[in-house]
Design a protein around this ligand. Structure first.
Ligand code: 5GP
Length: 178
């Protein structure tokens, strides 16, 4: 399926599953190497990161924990800049090595807010792992240690990412047809 229709928009395949998984493997290799002996706590940001989290975690071979959190600022096809609160963090992260697992860093505002909230809980260190970055859209300085792929400034769906709730189930990534 090279083209899909979701509601009023058409999307065409831009990153096939095979390419995604190669990038995920590269990130996993780096994390396995860098964070060995640190027992990291992976915090997966729902909903968008669920598929990336599953594929990434299957490739992590060091002792670690995984937890799922929610912090959303997005509706439709453009960032609103409005950020909600963090829900679902039950662990004490004080002194821990934390790895945020996110679907996409767009303006970076969501990630910046998440880093602020986590910093209050005094982790030892926080790393960012994101499936995708849109470097042209980034509005805040962020150190993204583990970015699987960089993409242009277009709206995408699939592999966990949605358009108004639909499209998360596709195994490939699709870009909106203008
Ligand atoms: P930011 O705060 O960095 O601008 O936005 C981050 C959030 O916006 C992501 O976690 C994701 O939910 C959403 N987002 C940003 N760009 C896209 C996109 O191209 N497609 C989809 N489906 N969501 C996006």
């Amino acid at each position: 399926m090279s083209t899909i229709q979701i509601k009023d928009k058409q999307f065409t395949i831009s990153i096939p599953e095979e390419e995604i998984l190669q990038s995920v493997q590269r990130v996993a290799d780096a994390i396995n190497r860098d964070l060995e002996g640190k027992n990291p706590l992976f915090l997966s940001v729902l909903n968008g990161a669920f598929m990336y989290t599953a594929d990434l975690m299957k490739r992590i071979q060091i002792p670690c924990e995984i937890s799922f959190i929610k912090l959303s600022s997005y509706s439709g096809t453009s960032s609103t800049g409005e950020v909600k609160q963090l829900v679902g963090l039950n662990q004490d992260i004080k002194g821990r090595t934390v790895v945020i697992v996110e679907d996409i860093v767009d303006t970076g505002l969501t990630m910046q807010r998440l880093l602020e909230i986590l910093a209050e809980k005094e982790p030892a260190e926080v790393h960012i792992s994101t499936l995708l970055v849109k470097p042209e859209k980034l509005q805040v300085p962020l150190t993204v240690d583990y970015a699987a792929m960089e993409i242009p400034n277009d709206f995408i769906v699939g592999y966990g990412l949605d358009y108004d709730g639909f499209g998360r189930n596709y195994k490939d990534i699709y870009t909106v047809v203008p």
